[in-house]
Design a protein around this ligand. Structure first.
Ligand SMILES: Cc1ncc(COP(=O)(O)O)c(C=O)c1O
Length: 416
């Protein structure tokens, strides 16, 4: 079948960098997916257990029948209406009730839509221009200009963004001191692959208040994953604005920005508007998932995360060669695996992926844990992990040689 397909019609053969063929050992990994159900991707190379779950959104599982049925009914009401629907007011109110945060909501489709809206809103609201950020926030100029993948972004835009490393209070203070009069906002991923650094978040809040800048929580990952009320519920720290995407729709595109009226009302002045912003299919997915993702759902997800995290840590402590050492970090619903040796990180990632692919497991160095991941999926992963570690520990194991034919690429790299 694949021989009939012209892959050259899509640059990079993918619409998303982290889903592209160069993120997996090409030839060993599946080339494309045909359909998915639960945690299984049916691909051109057979069925694979997925741990990326669409890069985070699919928190229950693929092809979730109850959600499908709910959406199918809504489709029969038509969509893309010419004026707002009654439904968007109902679901916006429901979202505020669940979050117990904010007074107003604007819906959108992608995470990038709402993080960009939050930055423009903060610039308008404060009359300032600089943005401080700490994580990944989407494909837009103001963010991507601060990374090494900044091709096509004018320096005049890149220079408005200051990127700090993870939860560094020192770098945060320096960024505020050096741009004192002009910081519109600090946008942070409240947790980046790890338990929250409360001191960092408290300092973030303090410095924003002191400098009359807005604090934005980018909850595109943490929202509806670590807790029913996202990082705000998990940390009890409230920002000025919060952005939600991914898990809110279990993979059906919907995002939202939430905050208090005093700031959100400025959306009546600035331009944040697009044809499908209030798409009722996405809003219906949010409506359904807001009920489904209840307290018990997160209790179970947290329990599963802790179990898997323990198994991983028990396994990786057996790696004898310091050059090949792995470490893991986690918050409820997510685990990330890292090569400690940065200079071998691509080789180590490639080797891990190669071994897992042999057992039909697709893995990109993080676990987006979903309800449909069961004991058997965890056990299979740990079994392969132990095999990998055994191979790491054999004398004469040469990671460069093992992976040279299949080496994956970094997402962020210097532009030509
Ligand atoms: C924390 C965070 N913010 C924003 C985004 C951008 O979301 P999207 O790719 O839906 O535009 C992502 C995407 O991975 C993300 O992880």
């Amino acid at each position: 079948m694949s021989s009939l397909i012209n892959f050259d019609v899509i640059p990079d053969r993918s619409h998303t960098f982290s889903k592209a063929h160069h993120q997996y050992p090409t030839d060993l990994a599946p080339t494309f997916v045909l359909k998915a159900s639960g945690v299984t991707l049916t691909t051109d190379k057979g069925d694979f257990t997925d741990w990326s779950m669409g890069l985070g959104p699919v928190i229950k599982g693929y092809n979730f029948q109850e959600l499908n049925d709910f959406i199918a009914k809504k489709i029969n009401d038509g969509f893309a209406y010419s004026i707002p629907s009654e439904y968007e007011f109902i679901v916006a109110s429901k979202l505020l009730k669940v979050l117990e945060f904010g007074e107003q909501v604007r819906f959108a489709k992608n995470g990038s839509d709402v993080t960009s809206a939050a930055v423009r809103l903060s610039r308008y609201h404060t009359g300032k221009t600089k943005v401080i950020c700490n994580g990944y926030h989407g494909w837009q100029d103001w963010y991507i200009g601060s990374t090494t993948r900044n091709g096509g972004v004018p320096d005049s835009i890149s220079s408005e963004t200051i990127k700090i490393d993870g939860p560094s209070i020192e770098q945060l203070e320096k960024a505020f001191t050096e741009n004192k009069e002009n910081v519109a906002c600090l946008i942070v991923e409240p947790m980046v692959n790890d338990e929250p650094n409360i001191a960092f978040l408290e300092n973030a809040k303090r410095l924003c208040k002191k400098n009359s800048s807005l604090l934005i929580f980018d909850e595109c990952w943490t929202g509806f994953r670590c807790h029913r009320q996202g990082a705000i519920g998990y940390t009890s720290i409230e920002p000025d604005l919060a952005c939600y995407a991914k898990a809110l729709g279990n993979g059906i595109p919907v995002s939202a920005i939430v905050g208090n009226k005093i700031i959100m009302k400025d959306f009546e002045e600035i331009f944040f508007s697009f044809t499908h912003a209030s798409d009722p299919i996405g809003i219906a997915a949010a409506d359904f998932m807001l009920d489904y993702l209840d307290k018990d759902f997160f209790l179970q997800l947290n329990k599963k995360t802790t179990q898997l995290f323990t198994y991983i840590n028990d396994a990786i402590k057996n790696i004898k060669n310091p050059e090949l050492r792995l470490s893991a970090t986690s918050y409820p619903g997510k685990i990330a695996l890292f090569a400690e040796n940065q200079s071998l990180s691509l080789q180590i990632k490639t080797f891990i992926q190669m071994e897992l692919l042999k057992k039909n497991i697709l893995f990109n160095m993080f676990f987006a844990i979903s309800e449909d991941h069961k004991k058997e999926h965890i056990d299979s992963f740990i079994k392969v992990l132990n095999t990998i570690i055994k191979k790491f520990n054999t004398t004469n194991f040469n990671i460069n040689k093992e992976t040279e034919k299949y080496l994956v690429s970094p997402v962020f790299r210097k532009q030509k």
